[in-house]
Design a protein around this ligand. Structure first.
Ligand SMILES: *Cc1c(COP(=O)(O)O)cnc(C)c1O
Length: 421
């Protein structure tokens, strides 16, 4: 029996309405920018499997790092113990993170990194005897699917049934070229009328919202004002981290650095679930006390898993290798050329790029999980290109190792799709 048939008996997939969804495709192998299904069909992984596998699938250096590590130390709990991969990863991260980040807290996925950041922010104020109960977040942000992360997320297609049970969040529009005064005014009102603990944001690019960009200057102004009001700023770089926006981190393009950062996805290059909540010395120090309860009593069993740490160390070595740096530049340039080429197409409302992210909004109304969106998805898959349109936004965020020919095929397939709309 085919994998996709056996799957049907017992498996419940994420983000799936099983009554109407097509059967999933059984994937049996992945290498570089390619995926193969059980029937032998080949697909270009145009979004690097949710922007994780940025150095390509099954990269030999990553495979080596993980297998070597598992033979030495598979796992040990991380309370009361430490190990070389975790210590080394913290050292490697210090070399590339913004200079104000000093402490690394380990979790096991993106949502839990955000969850930990939100709890740290709330407890930071609590430890200072200051009860603050409100979070500030951007409209249409996405921060994950656990309750704290979901509260911060503003995409209603995910949160509907849970809205009555969420944390208190005030939302700001993202700062664009023409609305900064208005956004700062709303921030001012928010700060006056509420007791704000933290501001959480996806810096420069909102992924799940449809790869929507905003202005670095505007974000800087918001962070500055929040920090003046002792509102901790949490940069959720789970999507943007590790080179997506052109710099190692999107925050590298800001003047004002966040108090905390959340990392996952490309952190381990897609090899292993692991995430990080980093923070400044000041945040860390606010948990120091003779009183044990002022510590951060939060743990995930698989925190700092040695295999994930080993993958992350190998991934960071690749991130700034000459070959990957060259590819990062090359993809960014190719995206720009393709964007210029199709900008005036009648079916395109807007096309934009930042770093290795290319996104185009179609001039066609589509529901986020509607039929037309599904047809478009099928159209790409049938031509061997794995892209997941977000409503009427098609985006490409390829592994850095994608070849010129593969990237061209992605562009050609998009053009072909435009012609059918
Ligand atoms: C994917 C993502 C998350 C959630 O991470 P999970 O590992 O899926 O829980 C949070 N924030 C952003 C910006 C993301 O892209």
């Amino acid at each position: 029996m085919k994998l996709s048939d056996r799957d049907k008996a017992h498996i419940w997939h994420p983000l799936t309405q099983h009554k109407t969804a097509l059967p999933p495709i059984g994937i049996v192998k992945a290498k570089g920018a390619l995926l193969w299904d059980e029937a032998g069909n080949e697909y270009i992984d145009g979004i690097a499997s949710w922007y994780t596998a940025m150095y390509g699938h099954s990269h030999p250096q990553l495979v080596d790092a993980v297998t070597t590590q598992m033979k030495e130390l598979d796992f040990v709990m991380f309370s009361g113990f430490t190990h070389e991969p975790a210590v080394q990863l913290s050292e490697k991260l210090m070399e590339i993170l913004p200079g104000n980040q000093q402490k690394i807290f380990f979790n096991d996925n993106g949502s839990t990194a955000v969850e930990a950041a939100i709890k740290m922010a709330l407890q930071y104020h609590h430890n200072a005897g200051d009860k603050r109960d409100t979070l500030i977040a951007f409209e249409n942000g996405f921060h994950g699917d656990t309750f704290g992360a979901m509260s911060a997320s503003g995409l209603s297609s995910y949160n509907g049934p849970f809205e009555d049970f969420l944390l208190k969040v005030i939302r700001l529009p993202t700062p664009q070229a023409d609305n900064l005064d208005e956004v700062l005014q709303k921030l001012e009102t928010t700060l006056t009328q509420n007791s704000c603990a933290a501001f959480i944001f996806e810096p420069l690019a909102q992924g799940a919202a449809g790869m929507k960009f905003h202005s670095a200057e505007g974000l800087d102004a918001i962070i500055k004002r929040c920090q003046e009001a002792e509102v901790l700023c949490i940069a959720d770089e789970i999507m943007t981290g590790f080179g997506k926006t052109g710099t190692n981190f999107a925050c590298d393009q800001l003047q004002h650095k966040p108090d905390m950062m959340c990392l996952s996805k490309a952190l381990t290059a897609g090899m292993f679930p692991l995430s990080i909540t980093s923070c400044t010395q000041k945040v860390f120090d606010s948990f120091l006390s003779e009183d044990v309860h002022k510590g951060f009593f939060h743990a995930h069993t698989f925190s700092a898993h040695p295999l994930g740490c080993a993958a992350a160390i190998a991934g960071i070595a690749l991130l700034n290798s000459a070959e990957i740096l060259e590819q990062r530049k090359h993809i960014a340039n190719s995206h720009k050329q393709f964007a210029e080429k199709i900008a005036n197409h009648s079916k395109i409302k807007q096309v934009r790029c930042k770093g290795v992210i290319l996104a185009l909004d179609l001039n066609v109304e589509m529901e986020r999980y509607g039929n037309l969106r599904d047809e478009l998805y099928q159209f790409f898959m049938e031509r061997g290109v794995a892209l997941r349109p977000l409503g009427n936004t098609v985006y490409v965020l390829p592994p850095y190792v994608i070849t010129e020919k593969q990237l061209q095929k992605v562009y050609d397939t998009i053009e072909e799709a435009l012609a059918t709309l």
